[in-house]
Design a protein around this ligand. Structure first.
Ligand SMILES: Nc1ncnc2c1ncn2[C@@H]1O[C@H](COP(=O)(O)OP(=O)(O)O)[C@@H](O)[C@H]1O
Ligand SMILES: [Mg+2]
Length: 270
């Protein structure tokens, strides 16, 4: 069974169509990317996938998480699906964090709710969850979100999202708000976690270089429409849609500019 199955998804706000008849699937353990410029409907698609759309938006078509329909399902029923089946990490980690709660309590909460841990087992699990996202300083567990750097906050948000061992993680521009030097560490972490857990990943980005490093299959979105989909190497080497070709050409031009500006230097694989 597909972990995520989106079929004919359309999202409207009044008369305007934000996402237009999108279909794709994510199989267990598979890594799929969505690439597109700002405003192309990537976040709307990812929110619709988890039944998190604002009330003012109307979704039609079908979104199934492990076979269970999301569209038209009451929120309290979808919430039960979200923990162990599907989770999301946003661009801005503060949206996922409670500013008034210490990190350890925020990580403990989903562990208690979904894995029914308590007492010493819960404390151990919190420590393990932090270690898994490479946050081992004891200070971090006791800290409030504002006492952490952007990269540390995103690692905490990832730890919270992964606490219930979801079968799919949707990462919506998870490194876009981070400094370039920190981005790489968070991407490497997500790659490692997905591999270690055999977890499926729907990775969303406006940055072709970032998304093609993370995924096997790519969906290209423009103005709410999926204009192209395919194996990431095929899409990069022989883009079919002019928009995809333009994205690839501009990424290549950046690469060439880098090579010209820094002759003889080793380029980082980002
Ligand atoms: N709640 C909303 N109501 C109306 N329009 C919205 C809402 N949220 C987003 N949009 C519009 O939907 C389009 C797609 O947005 P979004 O999915 O956030 O783009 P992306 O994530 O690709 O940058 C944009 O034109 C945006 O302005
Ligand atoms: Mg977005």
């Amino acid at each position: 069974m597909n972990v995520l199955d989106i079929s004919g998804l359309t999202v409207r706000a009044g008369d305007s169509t934000l996402v237009d008849n999108i279909s794709f699937v994510v199989k267990p353990g598979e890594r799929v990317g969505i690439i597109g410029e700002s405003g192309s409907g990537k976040s709307i698609t990812s929110l619709a996938a988890l039944g998190l759309l604002a009330d003012s938006l109307v979704a039609t078509g079908s979104v199934r998480i492990e076979g269970r329909e999301v569209i038209g399902t009451p929120d309290h029923e979808i919430r039960r699906l979200r923990g162990p089946a599907a989770q999301i990490v946003f661009q801005e980690p503060l949206t996922a964090l409670d500013p008034l709660m210490r990190v350890e309590r925020q990580i403990a909460e989903p562990l208690r709710r979904h894995l029914h841990l308590h007492g010493a087992a819960l404390r151990d699990a919190v420590r393990e969850a932090l270690a898994e996202v490479s946050l081992t300083e004891p200070r971090i567990a006791r800290a409030y979100p504002f006492e952490l750097s952007g990269g540390q906050r995103q690692r905490v948000a990832i730890a919270i999202a992964l606490a219930a061992h979801p079968r799919i993680l949707i990462a919506d521009e998870p490194t876009t708000a981070l400094d370039v030097t920190v981005q790489d560490g968070v991407l490497t972490l997500l790659e490692r976690l997905a591999t270690d857990r055999g977890m499926a990943l729907l990775f969303i980005s406006h940055d072709l270089a970032v998304v093609s490093r993370m995924v096997e299959r790519l969906i290209v979105m423009r103005d709410g429409v999926a204009v192209e989909e395919g194996d990431v190497r095929a899409v990069l080497s022989t883009p079919k849609h002019p928009y995809t070709a333009a994205l690839v050409a501009s990424a290549r031009a950046l690469d060439a500019a880098w090579d010209a500006a820094t002759p003889g230097t080793e380029r980082e694989s980002s």
